[in-house]
Design a protein. Structure first.
Length: 302
């Protein structure tokens, strides 16, 4: 018996890819695959969410056209590679499915149980989770060796990294195949083990959360902290602008998972994060978070 887990030693070919969840990240991921010439099936839960997903795809590629980075014909070609549907059954013949639904373990487990039933036996199932256990997701399927993390960064069409997360049961060679796929997408893969937050979010969210704690402690204002980190460290965005970009709900969830795993009080979510999330102020996606909409406006959190 072949124990390489690679289709009798053959390397898989990824030509048709499913993306489940077409929010900011999922739509960005679908765009990345379509730009690389793969056929993409984008799935959302209902027609309204599907239309919002279509809107994300059109706006993002439209921005590239407006900037002269893409011709209208190329945009049409990219969008033409994406089929949008509300039926998971349309993923039956996908070679790879990337899940990008909200960071709720029960939702992910239930989705992976369905994907395991629907997708062909050779299909690889990947999660774009920011911090949840890939092993815990894999364990809900009958193919845990074919489940990996494929973690993209926001905005997905721009950020060059993909964290490729393997678990203790990932088939030999699969992480390398996913890394090769990431390179085909124009990304740089980094191989990471299955620990909360992986590399980037473990380090980045700890820093962003600490910025929120400093704000609450009155050390400096929101604008002062953002300016300090942009101008003093050369970061493209200050911590509050970045929290708004990532989404305060996602950021809060990542901190909760980190805190749960580590019990280290440096990972305790800043109360202001929880408060803004409870108020529905999730950042750019809800039109406001630490800042009002896209631009620094009121000093809500000052
Ligand atoms: N979608 C697609 N493209 C976008 C975009 C978006 N949301 N936002 C900006 N872009 C594109 C622009 O069109 C432009 O493309 P071009 O060079 O082809 O013209 C390019 O990005 C640069 O944009 P701008 O000139 O408008 O703005 P900036 O130079 O300020 O760059 C930025 C914007 C790329 C978002 C930059 O500020 C940045 O790198 N910020 C940090 C982002 C970051 O750290 N992301 C990681 C977050 S952690 C994460 O995602 C993990 C998750 O699990 C939580």
């Amino acid at each position: 018996m072949d124990t390489s887990g690679r289709l009798g030693g053959m390397t898989r070919s990824f030509e048709k890819v499913g993306v489940v969840g077409l929010g900011t990240m999922g739509a960005g991921i679908a765009e990345v695959f379509a730009r690389a010439g793969l056929a993409v099936v984008g799935v959302e839960a209902d027609p309204d969410a599907l239309e919002r997903g279509r809107g994300h795809l059109e706006a993002s590629t439209g921005r590239a056209v407006a900037k002269g980075r893409l011709s209208e014909a190329e945009q049409a070609e990219i969008l033409g590679r994406v089929t949008l549907t509300t039926s998971l059954e349309d993923l039956a013949d996908a070679d790879l499915v990337v899940e990008a639904i909200p960071e709720v373990m029960d939702f992910k487990r239930s989705l992976f149980t369905d994907l395991d039933r629907i997708c062909k036996p050779s299909a690889v199932l990947a999660t774009n989770t920011s911090s949840l256990s890939v092993t815990g997701i894999a364990a809900t399927t009958t193919r845990p060796g074919q489940v990996v993390g494929m973690h993209f960064f926001n905005p997905a069409p721009i950020m060059k990294l993909v964290e490729v997360i393997h678990t203790v049961v990932t088939e030999d060679g699969l992480a390398d195949e996913i890394a090769a796929l990431a390179r085909r997408l124009g990304k740089t893969p980094v191989s990471v083990g299955d620990r909360a937050g992986f590399v980037v979010n473990r380090l980045l969210l700890t820093y962003l959360n600490h910025a929120a704690v400093l704000l609450e402690n009155g050390l400096a204002t929101r604008d002062g902290i953002d300016a300090a980190m942009r101008l003093g460290v050369g970061l493209p965005m200050g911590p509050f602008a970045l929290l708004d970009l990532i989404g305060l709900d996602t950021s809060y969830e990542v901190m909760c998972v980190l805190f749960q795993e580590s019990r280290d009080r440096r990972h305790a979510p800043a109360p202001i994060l929880r408060e803004l999330v409870t108020a529905g102020l999730l950042g750019r996606k809800s039109g406001g978070g630490f800042y009002d909409g896209d631009e620094p406006a009121s000093s809500r959190a000052d």
